[in-house]
Design a protein around this ligand. Structure first.
Ligand SMILES: Cc1cc2nc3c(=O)[nH]c(=O)nc-3n(C[C@H](O)[C@H](O)[C@H](O)COP(=O)(O)OP(=O)(O)OC[C@H]3O[C@@H](n4cnc5c(N)ncnc54)[C@H](O)[C@@H]3O)c2cc1C
Length: 511
């Protein structure tokens, strides 16, 4: 970087990379370091959900993900060879109505390329070893390869340094929660003979535990995970052999499903932990540094990447001196900590449901699952939750007025995003495409605002407000004269307002 960095991002996993890329696209001088000498080659998180793709699209890089991944067709639940239920993403209203199956190593590679296109390179082999925050900035100690030590001052530090975060520990923040005493095995390999289409998940419930198979990428590879019951030692279990994996599959999925060509055999235990506050003064936490939980539902990486998007526009406005610091920066933890709690709770529930051992409870689970999953509203609700399209900030301190009837999008909710063909149909020369990549963090007015009122607002709040109006999506065509003010991350600030309300809202944000 030629400019003195204002922000240091510690950790170049998917969350740190997203954070650095978002800040860089908003013109902030950012530096990103990682103690590892090379990116991880492990597949880890296998799915990028609809909402994450929508947010990547705002940054102009979703197409690369879609080209590299494979849309999931659905998930199938079995008891032995009997199928209990199948969930699909039918009815999901998004330009990306699916979970995109793509290994985390690929996600990281695409984010590294995206970051490089914005002129930022990850500094590898550089470890954050000390931090001293004060009222005006943060002094950081960095260890370089070969033992060279560097001391540096930055305005802001963001700890995206994973579950064992040194930033979190240095701040003395409690990582409250527990470790579940169940051993799990994991394998990345080829599977033959699964009774589901190549792009679908299979989850088998069995008296001895759960077995789940996930396809990833287009190369025919699968991840399998299975629990082995209560851990008998505090020490980690040895990695499983291919024969052990086959034995678990034979028992839980029945004959005919075979494994071959393993590339990763491992074990893990689940931790459910979270910090209460994601901000302490000039230091923030995001991703696994702030919350970790069961992989059930595949939400961990997605939630972390969305933490990054949520913080980046706020911090960028503050760094650009276009907004006051506290209302925006305090809202980061207020919004994302509640999302983190909810994700932790839901992933925990799914895991405990899968791990039921009592025969009566298991019978009831299987019966209820086959019953309720036939109901369209239940399937739809589950799909909205998995895809993270239902994430909202109803209690956000950033929420302004609501003057729309029930049923129309309210402050804190995601504003509907349309597929691109529909966007260009609706756009006129005076309107903007809803998700055109922008180099400045700007609020946007959507709907039927009077042209001269809009001109006055744009003239008064040019540093905060996009001058063009965003057309309403088709799903809101009947909303009449309603106007929404949208935040730079596409969530609603004000619903159904007039120019005066918008002006009063933006006025409060000005420095
Ligand atoms: C087996 C497995 C399966 C998973 N499956 C899913 C899934 O299906 N879906 C999902 O959403 N999530 C899943 N996850 C979780 C997902 O992998 C994590 O949530 C995600 O990696 C978190 O990203 P992060 O950037 O916050 O942290 P990390 O990926 O852990 O990255 C942190 C980075 O910080 C660096 N670092 C650490 N300390 C320092 C330091 N002091 N100085 C400099 N750099 C430092 C590390 O080297 C690392 O590169 C899975 C995880 C595992 C292990």
């Amino acid at each position: 970087m030629t400019k003195q960095p204002q922000v240091l991002v510690a950790g170049a996993g998917p969350v740190g990379l997203t954070m650095a890329a978002e800040l860089a696209r908003y013109g902030i001088a950012v530096r990103i370091i990682d103690k590892a000498f090379a990116p991880s080659d492990k597949s880890k998180a296998l799915v990028v959900w609809s909402r994450t793709l929508e947010l990547l699209d705002r940054a102009g890089c979703a197409d690369r993900f879609v080209a590299a991944g494979m849309p999931a067709g659905g998930a199938n639940f079995f008891h032995g060879e009997k199928r209990l239920a199948r969930i699909t993403f039918e009815g999901v209203e998004s330009p990306f109505p699916y979970g995109l199956l793509i290994p985390q190593s690929e996600t990281e590679r695409l984010l590294i390329d995206h970051l490089a296109s914005l002129g930022v390179t990850v500094e590898r082999g550089v470890e954050l070893s000390a931090i001293r925050p004060d009222a005006t900035g943060v002094s950081v100690g960095l260890h370089h390869p070969g033992g060279h030590a560097e001391t540096r001052r930055v305005d802001w530090l963001i700890g995206c340094d994973g579950a064992h975060s040194v930033v979190r520990k240095a701040l003395g923040l409690n990582f409250t929660g527990e470790a579940l005493q169940t051993d799990w095995i994991l394998a990345d390999l080829h599977l033959d003979g699964l009774p589901v289409p190549q792009n679908e998940l299979a989850i088998y419930f069995h008296a001895e535990g759960v077995l789940a198979t996930f396809p990833f990428g287009r190369n025919g590879r699968h991840r399998i995970i299975a629990d082995l019951g209560r851990a008998t030692s505090t020490l980690p279990r040895p990695d499983p052999t291919l024969a052990e994996i086959q034995a678990v599959i034979d028992k839980r999925a029945g004959a005919g499903v075979t494994v071959r060509d393993p590339v990763w055999l491992s074990t893990f235990r689940i931790n459910e932990r979270k910090v209460a506050d994601y901000r302490k003064g000039r230091v923030f936490l995001a991703g696994d540094a702030a919350h970790i939980h069961s992989p059930a539902g595949g939400q961990g990486m997605n939630t972390g990447m969305q933490d990054a998007v949520n913080l980046a526009w706020k911090l960028a406005l503050v760094c650009r001196r276009e907004a006051r610091a506290d209302p925006l920066l305090d809202s980061y933890s207020a919004e994302r900590s509640l999302v983190g709690e909810e994700v932790l709770r839901n992933a925990g529930r799914l895991t405990r449901l899968a791990l039921l051992r009592n025969p009566l409870a298991r019978h009831l689970r299987n019966f209820l699952m086959s019953l309720v999953m036939r109901l369209k509203p239940v399937r739809r609700r589950l799909a909205q939750r998995l895809t993270e399209l239902d994430i909202a900030y109803p209690d956000s301190p950033l929420n302004g007025h609501r003057c729309v009837p029930n049923g129309l999008p309210a402050p804190g909710e995601r504003f509907p995003v349309e597929a691109r063909a529909a966007q260009s149909d609706a756009a006129s020369p005076d309107t903007i495409s809803p998700d055109a990549p922008t180099s400045k963090p700007r609020f946007t007015v959507a709907g039927n605002i009077d042209g001269s009122e809009m001109e006055k607002l744009a003239a008064r709040f040019g540093s905060l407000l996009h001058p063009a109006v965003q057309p309403l999506p088709r799903s809101l065509a009947s909303a009449g004269a309603a106007v929404w003010l949208l935040r730079p991350d596409g969530y609603i600030a004000i619903a159904g307002c007039d120019a005066e309300t918008i002006g009063a809202y933006l006025e409060k944000l000005l420095p």
